[in-house]
Structure formats: C-alpha cells, structure tokens
Design a protein around this ligand. Structure first.
Ligand code: PMP
Length: 430
C-alpha cells in the first residue's frame, strides 16, 4: 500500500514539473547533452538529424470547410505569391535541413557543386519536356522578377531608336510598355479595355518593329489569350507570368517567353526566360552586365549566385506535373476548375458579375463583383475567410473579389468557393 502511494506521489510530482516550461526546457537540454555524450566517436551528426514536421499555422481557427485540408491549411486564392502543391511543400520540408543525406540544405550549399548542378539541370530538362521546348531555345533561371524582363527585353532585342510594338491589355502589359519607352521607340499597336482583348487583326504593327510584346494573361483584369497571336515572322514576346505551364504552348512561335515563378511555378525569387538562340548576343553595350541574356546563357544561369532554393522548388513542381501527365492534363483540370466558378457567377441571377468577355476569361484569375450591392463585397471576403477561403480581395486598383486558381488549387477548393458563393447570394439577394 505504501509503495503504491509513494509511486502515485512521484507521478504527481513529475507531472507538476513537466507542466513548467523552464523545467521542461532544462530536462530537454539535459537529454540532448546525454545524447551527444552517448554518440560514438567519429559518427557524424548527419544521420541523426530528424526531419522536423511543422504544421503550417494561420491566424484563423480551423474552419469546417477546410477541416480535411492537410496541416490545417486553408484554400488560398492568392494571386501571388500563391498556393503550391502540398506534396511539393512536404517534400521541400523534408529536404529542408538535410538534402538527400548530404547533411546540408540545398540553400546552404555551393551553387557550383555537383549537388546543385544536378538540381538545376533536372529542373531545366523537366521544363523542356513539359513545354516541348525546341533545342534552339535557351532556358534561363533569372532574378529581378518579371519586372526586370520589362527592361531586359528592349535592351537585348532592340537598338536605341528602333521601334518595338506593344499590345496593352491591362496593368502588366502597360507597365512593360512604359519601361520599354525608356529604351526604345514604342508603338502601342492595340489597347484593350480590361474586359475584352483587341482581335489580332486590329493590331497596328509598325512595319519595321524589332518585336511584338503582349501579356498572355493579365493577372489583375483576368483576361487571357486563348491562342498564340499570329504575327507572321515577327518576333513575338510574351509575359506569361500568371499562366505559365497552365496549358501547352507552342514555344516555336515565340522569340521570348518569360514568367515570374511565384504564381504557377514556385516561390518568388526566380524568373524563367525561354529565348530563341538567334536573339541572344545583341545586348546594348551600355546595359548592366546582369541584364545581358548572353552572360546568363554562357554561365548556365549561374553568372552570379542563383536563387538556389526557389529553383529547387520549381524543379519539384516540374517533376510533379510531368508525373501527373503534363500540360494537357493541367489545361483540362484548369478548364474544369474555372468553369465551376464562372458557372457560379452565371447562375447567380446577376448577384455576381464577371466583368470579362466570356471568350477571353482567364482560367487562372477570376475577378468578380456584387454589382447591385457593392457594400457587401467586404462582408463576402470576411465571411469567406471565416469559412477557410483566403486572399479573395480584388487587386487594390480595381476592388471587388478575385479568385486565383492556379495549377495547385485543388478542385475541392474551387467547389468550396462556388458553394460559399451560392449560400452567400441566397442570404443576401433582394
Ligand atoms: N507580369 C504579370 C502578368 C504579373 O502578374 C506580374 C506580377 N503580379 C508581373 C509581371 C511582375 O512580376 P514580378 O513581381 O515578378 O516583377
């Protein structure tokens, strides 16, 4: 009897101390010291490093509609930086502290080493396979965002005083044209109205322009080209930042394709440029070295330290997409997802409105408004947040709502949003 009483008291005492953070910390430290002391000499720490599993935390309580989401994640409709596939994040998490038994993270090792070389080479090979990039095109992993391409394009493709054509269909192509004006004689060949796209037959291309620049998907307005504009043998340059690898593209019709990674591809910090070989090597001599495509080609995207981690994560995404069946599969999925949202808008009896002409509605960025009661838009965004659907606020320049549904957004996320839209409309429609 006394023995049992003694044991119960000991347990209670231990529990009492276990609750105390300072005591717990001391004990953990003590245990760690003992582990180190027990380790046989000569054995490295590498094999002992555990993979730390950290659950993603958000400020929101776990909402019912996302209860089934792994790691307590929500449905994230951000326009960018945007959602990444959860299995890619898990893989990156596992590799974070110790990449393939090297005892180092990919972001801790030399970009000149064979390990990172294998990462960047596989990333390029997989991207080439995904897009069917012809061998006379170079693939570059650059920095400075798509915004730096706004300067690199005119500096590399046109000499001072030469004419270049820009098609302005929204905020991003307008920015690109404004930047090009610093370096070239810019002809605005056509202008959109944020709702529709000017037909290619109406574009007023200048006779001797060095290239034609357009934006394949305007992230803010949600207008997207459904096929490659036919510009004959002119050099076509496309900003595909927000729909890159969302669908198959015939790369051979382009001079340059570029895209910031942080929407459909990977983390912010890397920009992908695909450039036809004959357009390389003509950079203006006064341009900064870092803005010369040739320098980056000659150095395999490693003229300076590349964004190693971002490139590594992009590589995981390319690998996943190839295993999923490639870009035809992605396009079909993206069409299905977009149709769910556009149908929810169309069947709302005018409660919701998509400002965009159905023929050019983006599969990636779906802006919508509540035209009869704009005051309700704030409540929509707030209530959606409570239901586990985040980042639905429209771009600050246009307001309303915008759902970005890139490759990594699961169909369940889009369905959950469509259901929420129906419930919200039923509650508030007059
Ligand atoms: N082009 C498009 C279509 C974009 O959506 C963006 C970013 N939202 C940019 C260019 C600029 O990209 P970055 O922030 O990488 O410079």
């Amino acid at each position: 009897f006394y023995e049992t009483r003694f044991l119960v008291s000991c347990c209670k005492l231990k529990n009492h101390f276990d609750q105390r953070p300072l005591f717990r910390k001391k004990m953990q430290l003590q245990q760690a010291k003992m582990t180190v002391a027990r380790r046989p000499a000569g054995r490295t720490m590498v094999s002992r490093v555990p993979v730390v599993r950290v659950n993603a935390t958000v400020a929101m309580p776990a909402p019912s509609s996302t209860a089934a989401q792994p790691h307590g994640r929500v449905f994230n409709f951000s326009a960018g930086p945007a959602i990444l596939p959860v299995d890619v994040l898990e893989r990156a998490q596992a590799d974070l502290v110790n990449w393939q038994g090297t005892g180092m993270s990919i972001m801790e090792m030399s970009h000149r080493g064979k390990e990172f070389e294998s990462v960047i080479q596989k990333a390029e090979a997989d991207l080439r396979a995904l897009l069917g990039i012809p061998s006379n095109y170079k693939v570059l992993f650059l920095q400075g965002g798509a915004s730096t391409q706004f300067s690199m394009i005119p500096l590399n493709l046109a000499k001072a005083g030469e004419t270049v054509d820009y098609v302005v269909t929204g905020a991003w192509s307008k920015k690109a044209a404004e930047e090009a004006k610093k370096y070239s004689d810019v002809n605005i060949a056509a202008k959109g109205d944020n709702k529709s796209l000017p037909p290619v037959s109406s574009w007023k291309l200048s006779p001797n322009s060095r290239y034609v620049h357009y934006c394949d998907n305007e992230t803010i307005g949600g207008v997207e080209f459904k096929s490659t504009p036919e510009v004959g043998d002119r050099v076509l340059v496309s900003d595909m930042s927000s729909n890159f690898i969302s669908k198959p593209v015939d790369v051979s019709k382009y001079g340059v394709i570029y895209a910031g990674a942080q929407k459909n591809v990977g983390p912010a910090g890397v920009t992908i440029a695909i450039i036809r070989e004959d357009l390389i090597g003509h950079c203006r001599p006064e341009a900064p070295t870092m803005l010369d495509y040739k320098i980056h080609v000659e150095n395999d995207s490693m003229y300076n330290t590349p964004p190693c981690w971002a490139i590594y994560v992009c590589g995981l995404v390319f690998d996943k997409l190839l295993k999923q069946g490639g870009l035809e599969v992605m396009q079909k999925l993206n069409e299905e997802k977009a149709a769910i949202l556009y149908d929810a808008i169309a069947s709302s009896n005018g409660f919701y409105n998509s400002p965009v002409d159905p023929a050019v509605r983006s599969l990636m960025n779906v802006p919508f408004t509540i035209p009869s009661q704009p005051d309700l838009e704030k409540a929509f965004i707030k209530e959606a947040e409570k239901a586990g659907m985040l980042q639905l606020k429209g771009h600050r320049s246009v307001g309303g709502m915008r759902a970005s549904i890139y490759n990594a957004m699961p169909v369940e996320g889009v369905q959950a949003l469509a259901n929420f839209m129906k419930e919200f409309a039923a509650k508030h429609a007059k």
